[in-house]
Ligand binder design. Structure first.
Ligand code: SIN
Length: 305
């Protein structure tokens, strides 16, 4: 019998597979498809202080091996998330969840994290400093070590829960940003968010997406994500949640060999709502094929020797 359990900042997950924020709603929407309690955890829809309608449509562009989104952090705002969404999730999911939080100022990040900190369901706060689809917020906090550290410090001051900072790949040196977050007190790092991309309609000769650009995700970005997880693992001591194009149980193993303790699955949920369950079901067989007894043994395994 193989052991798929992993531990993130004292929180033991039955397996490392977690649907990524923005690709799985608040989780309960998937409960008609399968028993979502098989999931290691759920990273819920990114939440902001105020409700957000999001960006104008069209805001999705299909690509080979992936898609571009420019959703723009659509969400009902932290009050409604706490009063409506989290209770609905609690009815169908009994494990600790990851609250994904975004903001347009450091105070907003701190406010929303403080509110989420009060929620017993929340096991980890995932602070998104990497959304490429909004101005004056999101990614602008994650593109310099100083601003990423400032957000980390402000959030750490208002919560006792583990704080993971979700980083952008749209930078020249992700390692220095990850290090700055660790030095500022982050308990973990989530990476990578989407790569800034664009499509142009050949007939209209205009960008497909109303906001012109958006975040590219899907299998095409998997090698970039593996590379960045590998680099960050070499530089920090805190755990990493790896994500970016993960599409199979073998991808989960590869991400963990690069240095991830747990793995988020994003675009794959949009292709198959049961993608995470399939990966969880496939994991034991893939582990046996590869001679892995305990999944924790392989974390960062590609760095040895
Ligand atoms: C969005 O809502 O625009 C996507 C969130 C993100 O990429 O961080």
């Amino acid at each position: 019998m193989v052991n798929t359990a992993v531990t993130l900042s004292g929180l033991t997950l039955d397996n490392p597979v977690i649907p990524a924020s923005g690709t799985f709603g608040f989780g309960y929407e998937f409960a008609d498809w399968y028993d979502i309690n098989v999931l290691g955890s759920i990273s819920c829809k990114g939440t902001t202080k105020e409700p957000r309608f999001g960006n104008p449509t069209p805001r999705i562009a299909e690509c080979s091996e992936g898609l571009i989104n420019s959703v723009g952090l659509q969400n009902p705002g932290v009050d409604k998330v706490i009063s409506d969404e989290l209770p609905k999730l609690a009815k169908v999911y009994s494990k600790p969840i990851i609250a994904n939080v975004s903001g347009f100022s450091i105070d907003e990040y701190a406010y929303t994290c403080a509110r989420m900190d009060e929620q017993p369901q929340v096991g980890i706060l995932e602070v998104n400093v990497s959304c490429p689809n909004v101005h004056n917020g999101g990614m602008s906090f994650g593109t310099s070590p100083e601003s990423a550290a400032a957000v980390t410090k402000a959030v750490k001051a208002v919560t006792k829960k583990p704080v993971y900072i979700k980083l952008s790949p749209n930078v020249t040196d992700i390692v220095s940003i990850a290090k700055a977050c660790e030095d500022a007190g982050a308990d973990g790092i989530s990476l990578i968010n989407t790569l800034l991309g664009m499509r142009i309609d050949l007939k209209t000769r205009k960008p497909v997406i109303a906001n012109k650009m958006g975040g590219f995700s899907g299998p095409a970005i998997f090698p970039v994500a593996v590379r960045m997880v590998y680099q960050v693992y070499e530089a920090v001591k805190i755990p990493i949640i790896g994500m970016g194009g993960v599409s199979s149980a073998r991808d989960v193993i590869e991400m963990m060999l690069a240095g991830a303790t747990a793995v988020q699955v994003g675009a794959a949920n949009l292709i198959d709502p049961c993608a995470c369950r399939k990966m969880i079901n496939d994991l034991p067989e893939v582990m046996e094929q590869l001679g892995i007894e305990n999944l924790t043994d392989i974390i960062g395994g590609s760095h040895n020797g």
